[in-house]
Design a protein around this ligand. Structure first.
Ligand code: ADP
Length: 256
């Protein structure tokens, strides 16, 4: 849950910051811990303040057009923090940046003994030596970075291509053959469902059948039906366990 909240705040900070920096700080409050994500991005106007944590709500109408998103991330993050008996808030100045923070009543404890198995390297994938070409489609740079690291650890020879929305993904797929696509579902310009549906209409048989693994933060049974109908092979929830993601990928790769 902590990971889910941090990924959301860091993802927002990177998304709404065009230059400058994003800093994650972790501070021991004695008792408790404060996590904060500070950026030098577009900031939030005082009159937009009350909308920010509401479900399906964004600072203003043009944010959706320019940046995409569904206005759910912060509402879910705040609720998760409160379920963990913590609190979340932010300070911001329009045009200067924002600092989102949350505090959790965590207690200090001894580090657990490292078990013998914990020291072992994870079992390599059966297909670890294959030079796969994998396309990662996600509008959040931090998500692409995370997935890329996981892929390159498991398949050191893999070539990882990146696209920031469905349309760019289709353009890349037209130019280079790939073995698998990792597709975010909610993206500006063209989302994961539209991109997968368009891919399944391609005349080229190889392209039309390329495996697509969807990654999504919010899923309900109705969504799952829509994903399958669009032609996604599988869907995994974000944040994912690296080992589970790799196992799922290996099942979808052509010769596994
Ligand atoms: P979304 O997925 O639409 O970004 P969120 O709930 O994560 O939804 O964020 C809601 C809105 O809060 C965003 O659309 C944006 O207007 C504003 N916002 C969130 N984080 C930031 C930030 N770091 N800088 C500026 N605006 C932000």
């Amino acid at each position: 849950r902590l990971m889910q909240v941090l990924v959301n705040l860091l993802g927002n900070a990177l998304k709404f910051t065009h230059q400058g920096s994003v800093v994650l700080r972790v501070r021991w409050l004695d008792p408790g811990v404060e996590f904060s994500v500070q950026d030098t991005g577009i900031g939030i106007l005082p009159e937009q303040r009350q909308r920010i944590f509401q479900r399906f709500s964004q600072a203003d109408a043009h944010i959706q057009a320019r940046y995409g998103g569904n206005g759910l991330g912060l509402a879910i993050s705040k609720q998760l923090v409160e379920l963990l008996d913590g609190e979340m808030d932010f300070e911001s100045e329009a045009g200067q940046g924002s600092r989102f923070w949350f505090r959790l009543p965590l207690q200090a404890s001894e580090a657990p003994e490292r078990s013998a198995s914990g020291d072992q390297l994870p079992t390599p994938m059966h297909t670890a030596a294959v030079a796969w070409r994998i396309l990662v489609v996600d509008d959040h740079p931090i998500n692409r970075l995370l997935v890329k690291r996981v892929l390159q650890n498991a398949w050191p020879k893999a070539e990882v291509l990146e696209a920031v929305n469905g349309q760019q993904a289709l353009e890349q797929l037209d130019q280079a053959s790939v073995d698998l696509v990792l597709m975010d579902m909610v993206m500006p310009v063209m989302d994961g469902i539209a991109a997968t549906a368009a891919l399944r209409q391609e005349a080229d048989a190889q392209l039309c059948h390329v495996p697509v693994l969807g990654l999504t933060a919010n899923v309900n049974p109705l969504d799952l039906d829509r994903f399958k109908a669009a032609g996604l092979n599988e869907v995994m929830l974000k944040p994912f366990e690296p080992a589970a993601l790799c196992a799922q990928i290996e099942q979808l790769l052509p010769v596994s």
